[in-house]
Ligand binder design. Structure first.
Ligand code: PEP
Length: 270
C-alpha cells in the first residue's frame, strides 16, 4: 500500500501551542516475541483512548511489525520500526529498507538511537541519508541525538547536539525538516533510572529546536522535539509539561501496557 508522506495533511503542524501534536513513542528494543507483542497490545488498547491531540506509537522489532500493524489498526496507535537501511534494495545482508516497511503499513522509524550508534556503528553520514530515505518513502522518522555523561561533564553537550542535529538534517530542505521528529536522549539517562532534571531537559530540547531554527525558522516551529531517558509514569507529567518538549521516547517504561498507558495519560494531562 502506498502511504501518504508523514505530515502531508499537516498533522504535525497542528496542535501544541497552535503548532505541534505531541508524541509518546514506546521503544521496545530487542524485546517481545509476536505472542508477547499481541499480549501487550491487547492490554494497552483498553487502557488508552485515541484522541486527536496526542500521537501514540510503539517501536517494535521487525518480526512483530506486521502483527502489530494488524492488531493496532483503527486504534490510533501507530507502529514504528527501530531502524532501517538508507538504500532501497541491494546487497546489504540482514538489513531492511523503507519500502519494505511501508509495504507493511508501518508509520515511522527510529533512526540513530544511541544503542545503534554505539553497538552497530551507525554514523551521522548514514543517518542523514536514512532520514531522507524515510521521508521519501512516507515514513515518519524519529532522529535520536544525545550526549554521554563524560561529554556533559566536560561541558560538551551543546557541541555534541549541534553536530548530530546539523549532520542528521543536512540533506533535507525546510519542508522535509518540518516532518522530522527529533528525540533528545541523554545517553546517561537511557535505561539507568537517572532521569534528566526538568531544567536539563528543557535546556536541551530548546537548544535542539534553536539548532533547527538556525537552518530554517519555520521548521523550528513545526518540528517535534521529544525527551527520552528513564521516563516513567511518575516523572512523565513534569517532563511533558516543559514548554519545548513535544513528547517522549520511552524504553523500559513502554514494556508493560499499564506503565505505558500511565505515561500516555500523563501526557494527556500535561
Ligand atoms: C530509549 O531506549 O530510547 C530509552 C529512552 O530507554 P529508557 O526509557 O529505558 O531509558
Amino acid at each position: 500500500m502506498t502511504r501518504r508522506p508523514a505530515g502531508a495533511e499537516g498533522r504535525h503542524v497542528s496542535a501544541r501551542g497552535g503548532t505541534r501534536t505531541p508524541l509518546i513513542a514506546g521503544n521496545w528494543k530487542m524485546n517481545k516475541t509476536v505472542a508477547q507483542a499481541e499480549e501487550f497490545i491487547a492490554g494497552l488498547l483498553p487502557r488508552i483512548s485515541a484522541r486527536a491531540e496526542l500521537d501514540v506509537a510503539i517501536c517494535v522489532p521487525f518480526t512483530a511489525l506486521q502483527a502489530m500493524v494488524d492488531s493496532a489498526r483503527g486504534s490510533g496507535v501507530e507502529v514504528y520500526a527501530q531502524t532501517m537501511h538508507e538504500e532501497l534494495e541491494g546487497a546489504f545482508t540482514g538489513e531492511v529498507s523503507a519500502p519494505m516497511l511501508t509495504e507493511l503499513d508501518v508509520h515511522g522509524v527510529v533512526l540513530g538511537h544511541s544503542e545503534r550508534r554505539e553497538h552497530f556503528g551507525e554514523t551521522d553520514r548514514a543517518l542523514a541519508a536514512k532520514v531522507g530515505a524515510a521521508l521519501e518513502a512516507g515514513l515518519h522518522p524519529i532522529l535520536c541525538v544525545g550526549e554521554t555523561e563524560e561529554e556533559r561533564e566536560r561541558g560538551e553537550t551543546d557541541r555534541k547536539l549541534r553536530h548530530q542535529v546539523q549532520e542528521g538534517l543536512h540533506l533535507l530542505d525546510a519542508d522535509q525538516i518540518a516532518r522530522v521528529t527529533i528525540a533528545y536522549e541523554p545517553i546517561w539517562a537511557i535505561g539507568t533510572g537517572q532521569v534528566a532534571t526538568a531544567q536539563q531537559a528543557q535546556e536541551a530540547v530548546a537548544f535542539v529546536r534553536a539548532l533547527v531554527g538556525d537552518k530554517t525558522p519555520e521548521a523550528a516551529e513545526a518540528v517535534r522535539v521529544l525527551y527520552g531517558g528513564s521516563v516513567k509514569p511518575d516523572n512523565a507529567a513534569e517532563l511533558l509539561a516543559l514548554p519545548d518538549c513535544d513528547g517522549a521516547l520511552v524504553g523500559g517504561g513502554s514494556l508493560d501496557p499499564e506503565g505505558f498507558a500511565g505515561i500516555v495519560e500523563a501526557a494527556r494531562g500535561a
